[in-house]
Design a protein around this ligand. Structure first.
Ligand code: NAG
Ligand code: NAG
Ligand code: NAG
Ligand code: NAG
Ligand code: NAG
Length: 386
């Protein structure tokens, strides 16, 4: 019997049975730690009070039982300790049962820099289920310069967002999901000015406009020249071609997502992550929520949605119930639409992104590892065209 099953149920959760690979964390037990507790930590380190070996699920709120279901599981499907092959830009192609994603753009393990692009890899989910997710490089032509975000665009095509490299501009590009994997750039400037280093992208579910974040990480990470624009969020109308700013005032805007009906937007602000210059715990590690103005689609009424206790929030995805999943310094944190921390997919490592690959299934991009999660959560499909 595993240590997980031995944990007692809190009285508040008496109706629930702790599922496999999961622990319940009764937060009242940890509100007061007392002098010299071994659980005190700096902004680094992890909140793992039962000191269990990751990966596993940490349950903080009853709402997480519904997400986990009776038999959740998380397992490693492939790894490479010397290469951050699984960073961001996950795009699931259901008809091929493939997940595409990018390696890290820059950084010590990214194997990419001022002179060298990162790569797009794919796995087949049948192979992953069989326990052996072989990595296949996607030979996109023309190649993309430093992909950092992606989402599903019309006709089952991935839309990737590039940070740019050296003098080569950041871009938005659509890619043919089948050979010859040809790509077409649909945006590479703001009225003649290059973006800083574009970061992440989502489609608005109603207007189908393309929303994306721009931030200074390419410069901080030594593969882009000095930034010449503020860190802000843009909207591209793919019909008229108009590009405009819908939100600013960020430290470092990063991941982006919309609520199911498109009335809310979420932006991750990764200010505390100094861009490989060391972390600064007094800066932001925060998910912000906005109202999306139904007419102008400007982001209004910014408020705190969640402050992340470990690392910074990066990519953001929603499930069909509107729960918000974000990659953080300790794995994936899952928050209710009301801003309650429900639970964590605890890896004790930095996860930049995660993606639903069908109902009840998620892949976690853990830089040097890929995890496959099975649970009861239903996916929020990002295919707004079919
Ligand atoms: C806490 O640690 C300090 C330094 O080691 C020690 O002097 C002190 O007695 C400890 N306090 C408690 C309550 O254990
Ligand atoms: C890890 O990735 C590097 C770079 O692509 C590659 O050379 C190496 O063979 C990989 N190692 C394993 C065990 O796959
Ligand atoms: C995993 O797949 C690779 C490539 O298809 C193959 O060479 C290898 O033997 C497989 N390993 C296992 C354990 O199935
Ligand atoms: C790929 O090439 C085909 C044939 O020229 C073209 O019809 C299609 O639009 C291209 N797709 C992309 C995403 O570039
Ligand atoms: C951390 O950020 C704060 C606020 O921007 C700044 O005042 C402080 O100097 C920074 N600390 C370090 C060590 O960079």
């Amino acid at each position: 019997m595993s240590a997980f099953a031995l944990l007692a149920l809190s009285t508040t959760c008496a109706a629930w049975t702790i599922p496999p690979q999961s622990v319940y964390i009764d937060q009242t037990q940890y509100n007061v730690l007392g002098t010299n507790s071994s659980l005190f930590r700096a902004s680094t380190g992890y909140f793992n009070p039962q000191n269990l070996t990751p990966p596993f699920f940490q349950i903080f709120d009853e709402g997480f039982f519904t997400i986990l279901g009776d038999s959740p599981s998380i397992r490693l499907i492939t790894e490479n300790d010397s290469y951050a092959f699984a960073h961001e830009a996950p795009v699931y192609l259901p008809e091929k049962n493939e997940l595409w994603f990018s390696s890290n753009d820059g950084g010590p393990l990214g194997m990419s820099d001022w002179y060298t692009d990162n790569k797009i890899w794919k796995i087949n989910l049948d192979e992953a289920e069989a326990g052996n997710a072989t990595l296949y490089e996607v030979p996109i032509t023309p190649p993309l310069e430093m992909t950092n975000g992606g989402t599903l665009y019309a006709n089952g095509q991935p839309l990737f967002i590039q940070s740019g490299r050296a003098e080569l501009p950041p871009t938005l590009a659509i890619v043919n999901p089948s050979p010859p994997y040809n790509s077409t750039v649909i945006l590479d400037n703001f009225y003649g000015r290059q973006f800083n280093s574009l970061n992440d992208v989502k489609i608005h579910p109603v207007s189908k406009a393309i929303f994306f974040t721009d931030v200074t990480y390419g410069w901080l990470n030594h593969f882009r020249p000095m930034p010449l624009l503020p860190n802000q969020v843009y909207r591209l109308d793919p019909i008229s071609g108009a590009v405009r700013v819908v939100a600013d005032g960020f430290d470092r805007c990063n991941g982006i997502a919309f609520s199911i009906d498109g009335s809310l937007a979420y932006i991750a602000d990764t200010g505390a992550s100094g861009g490989f210059l060391g972390n600064n715990a007094t800066e932001t590690a925060t998910l912000y929520e906005f109202d999306v103005d139904p007419t102008t689609q400007r982001f209004l009424n910014r408020r705190i949605f969640a402050y992340i206790d470990t690392g910074v929030p990066d990519g953001i995805q929603l499930d069909a119930c509107g729960n918000v999943y974000t990659g953080t310094g300790d794995g994936v944190q899952i928050w209710s639409a009301a801003g309650v921390l429900l639970g964590k997919i605890f890896t004790a490592s930095t996860v930049a992104e995660m993606i639903f690959v069908g109902n009840g299934r998620m892949v976690v991009l853990d830089e040097t590892k890929l995890y496959l999660v099975h649970f009861a959560a239903q996916e929020h499909s990002l295919d707004y065209w079919s």
